[in-house]
Write a protein of this length. Sequence first.
Length: 33
Amino acid sequence: MKSQNNRSLSERIVHAVGFEAIAIGICAQRPPG
């Protein structure tokens, strides 16, 4: 159970970081204004 909790938690972190990275990438590609 401990390994499963760590795995799910790491997956959540990876998804959250990936989502933020994609959002930042989209904002960076867009010109200001």
